[in-house]
Write a protein that binds this ligand. Sequence first.
Ligand code: MRU
Length: 352
Amino acid sequence: MAKVKTIEWKDDALVLIDCTKLPAREEYIECREYRTLVRAIKTLEVRGAPAIGVSAAYGVVLAAMQAEKETADKQDYIKFIKGAIDELAATRPTAVNLFWSLKRMNEKLDSIKDMDMDNIKEELLKEANNIFDEDIECNHNIGKYGNEVVPDGSNILTHCNAGALATAGYGTALGVFRYAHSHGKKIHIYADETRPLLQGARLTAWELVKEGIPGTLITDNMAGYCMKLGMIDMVIFGADRITSNGDVANKIGSYSVAVLAKEHGIPVYSAAPLSTIDMSIADGKDIPIEQRDKYEVRSMFGVTIAPDGIDTFNPAFDVTPHEYIAGIITEVGVIKPPFDINIPAAFKLGHV
Ligand code: MRU
């Protein structure tokens, strides 16, 4: 188990570790209303594709609890919950896990809408708990399969945070590192700091230190030089959405890392659960990319680092074309190219 509790359902509330406060302070946010969660997702207090999906499922439970207090009319009650699902879905556009989990909760709601309100809440809670448990199980399996492609003694570069803090626990890319390290492999992780919001410096480095996994923090612009010096053997990062042809949307900067890696003959893996693969999109160019506020580029921790007058460009994610990806590490095995054949096969067979 990871030594971090990212998401917890406790005493009829959703408790989240506040990712914006780490590593300075370990603070928790208690959501008793779904709109507290809507805000937490938008501000990245909870972030990372699987963590957003899992917490949104609990957001639907919060909405059901609120709806029961708001109205005794069943139609209004269902309408309230569906409205909350729409609001949760409008928080962040790129990570497909959010839509995957809300679709699952919505379908559950449709299948139990004739029950009384108390039972509906209980059933929704069960479904959210299932999504939570499945995510942790997926991560452990991702760790196990990922470990098979990590040679002993590897130096691995990662980008952003795909750890326990980005999932219900354990992590995807960081799940591989956790698994390899805890099974006695000697690995060393190089963590890109990940501007503009420094998920690598603040979150990945924090998890590595907490877990005792050997790691080195570098600024984003050092990755190419580290590769040139022979310091990196492989790259493993997470994913926010993978298309059916294997294109991978992940934190901005992942594409640059992948291009550099190709130049240096270094394999790049993306670690993600099958729920991150969006089979409805055939090509990465159609993935909606979130654009965030200019202040994130113009400032750091509230300190202005660029003049107000300067324009900015602040996409939160980029897309790495499948040609740059050596494999997708999932809970059913490592999917290798050709992805347009092997991804559908992995879904169909349930194994690789
Ligand atoms: O903007 P963020 O912090 O939500 O971006 C997170 C990432 O890009 C992660 O790499 C991705 O969600 C995978 S998390 C297991």
